[in-house]
Design a protein around this ligand. Structure first.
Ligand code: ADP
Ligand code: MG
Ligand code: ZN
Length: 475
């Protein structure tokens, strides 16, 4: 439900993890399966005398994202030092952007709580370097010591800041899903990697101060933390306790937020322009990056509706992940596009979801074969679902599964034979049906399904039984 008294704005940290190297040094970004502190160099460790060099491709990726989020790209952009001391930040400052961010004033569309399209404004998109990662020995509040891994230190990050346009935890989640979707379309981001997206959620009740819940990685986690926070702030308000502006931590295990500190101000950080980097004039880069932008989710969705003549809901579901969209297009070229939309959006996606699997687990060729068998009446819909499940759970190919599990739809003659036999066998049900109990037919249809071992189409069986009874009865 959209909640009138709730105001939410997000600050999303996106790792540009498809780059080859970090933002200011040549260290490789492929550290995810490596031991700690193996992807470091004097630059990202912040040793004295080292100098940063901007990764050109990272800036291009950042422009790509900012354009896709409909931001205005600034002609000139500048890095700053944000000073603070923390063990994950060996230089004791973070190179980030401040009052000349790369992109300003964008927006993306989500489906709002009322089912209507809703525009969420983006305040800014800026570049910065990722700090390292602290690994606590136990939970953050009880750990006796923490360890630090600098592999992540210096990774290129984008911070995407929204205006406070979101009205419920569900809308926040829809925003994050859409953002991830766009980033994956742009091929700058892999959301499955650890730490790929980290979210700070700001939330207040109308007229009250806001709390900022720091650093949650999962979209579901954000939704839950916000739901908890709404309840907490409302109940504090009822008790007459004023909310102060503060930073909170979400304790995932306990499902609660706890206060960490009251709000710091920008001037606490002593921002000043990074003297080791010159301002970048990026205006000239924009036309080329823009020309190379791929088709984005909203445009693809509209094209699917037109090109394939499918329902908007199906188009939305099929374009909500680039890999699913590509899968669909492969299949739609070789099968009925409408049938493919139903079976991929409504059935296959559900089965994958249930197994926590992605579309890579299924082959487009197999989908084409299954659709062909459905269209030709070789298997029933129930049979087709069974084929998909079997392949997902045990592998194999459609023809082989149909053969092995005896899923081939019974030939018409065999169904007719089963109908005749069932009518003969179920004298009582036939009599009941003829004396006006329409439901009695279900029993007879059940018998047909049993005789054909489920390989008849239930609708078809129903029609045939009716025909047999009504025809014979009238004679
Ligand atoms: P900072 O975190 O540096 O103080 P801002 O004040 O610009 O930066 O706000 C950061 C985030 O807080 C933005 O995502 C913004 O949408 C959100 N925000 C601003 N005002 C509110 C509010 N009253 N309730 C909830 N979120 C808010
Ligand atoms: Mg903030
Ligand atoms: Zn390095």
């Amino acid at each position: 439900m959209a909640e009138k008294d709730v105001i939410i704005g997000l600050e999303v940290h996106v790792q540009l993890n498809k780059l080859n190297s970090k933002l200011f040094c040549g260290c490789s970004t492929g550290y995810h399966d490596s031991p700690p502190n193996t992807h470091t160099c004097p630059v990202c460790l912040g040793l004295p005398g080292t100098l940063p060099v901007v990764n050109r491709r990272a800036v291009e990726y950042a422009i790509r994202v900012a354009l896709a989020l409909n931001c205005a790209i600034q002609g000139e952009t500048l890095f700053y030092r944000k000073n603070y001391y923390y063990p994950d930040l060996p230089k004791a400052f973070q190179i980030t952007q401040y009052d000349f961010p790369l992109g300003l004033g964008g927006a993306i569309l989500i489906r709002g709580e009322d089912g209507e399209e809703k525009r969420i404004r983006i305040t800014r998109v800026h570049m910065e370097e990722d700090p390292g990662r602290l690994v606590h020995a136990g939970t953050i509040d009880r750990a006796k010591y923490s360890m630090v891994d600098y592999n992540r230190c210096g990774m290129a990050l984008l911070e995407v800041v929204t205006e406070p346009d979101l009205r419920s935890p569900k809308e926040a989640r829809a925003f994050l899903d859409k953002l991830r979707n766009i980033l994956e379309y742009l091929d700058v981001f892999d959301g499955n990697l650890e730490g790929a997206m980290r979210i700070d959620s700001n939330i207040s009740l109308v007229g009250g101060e806001r709390a900022e819940i720091k650093n949650i990685s999962s979209h579901k986690g954000v939704e839950k933390a916000l739901a908890y926070e709404i309840t907490r702030q409302r109940s504090a308000r009822r008790r007459g306790v004023a909310q102060v502006q503060e930073t909170r931590h979400y304790d995932e295990l306990r499902g609660i937020t706890v206060t960490i500190r009251t709000k710091e101000e920008a001037h606490d950080y002593r921002y000043f322009p990074e003297p080791d980097l010159v301002p970048m004039r990026i205006a000239d880069w924009v036309p080329r990056v823009e020309a190379e932008l791929p088709e984005l989710p909203d445009a693809k969705r509209e094209r699917f509706v037109v090109d394939y003549d499918i329902a908007d809901d199906h188009a939305k579901s099929l374009t909500s992940e680039i890999r699913v969209a590509n899968f669909y297009e492969l299949v739609a070229k070789r099968a009925s596009p409408r049938l493919a939309a139903v079976w991929i959006a409504d059935v296959l996606k559900g089965e994958l979801n249930y197994r926590d699997a992605t579309i890579d687990r299924f082959s487009p060729g197999h989908m084409v074969e299954i659709l062909d068998m459905i269209e030709k009446g070789k298997i029933t819909e129930k049979g087709a679902v069974e084929v998909i499940r079997t392949i997902l759970d045990h592998g194999g190919d459609p023809a082989g599964v149909v053969e092995a599990k005896g899923l081939a739809r019974a030939e018409d003659d065999a169904v007719m034979e089963a109908v005749r036999a069932a009518v003969e066998e179920c004298a009582q049900a036939v009599a009941d049906y003829r004396s006006g109990n329409e439901k009695a037919i279900n029993f007879i249809v059940g018998m047909v399904m049993k005789r054909t071992r489920g390989r008849a189409d239930p609708g078809e069986a129903n029609r045939l039984v009716k025909e047999a009874l009504d025809g014979a009865g009238g004679a």
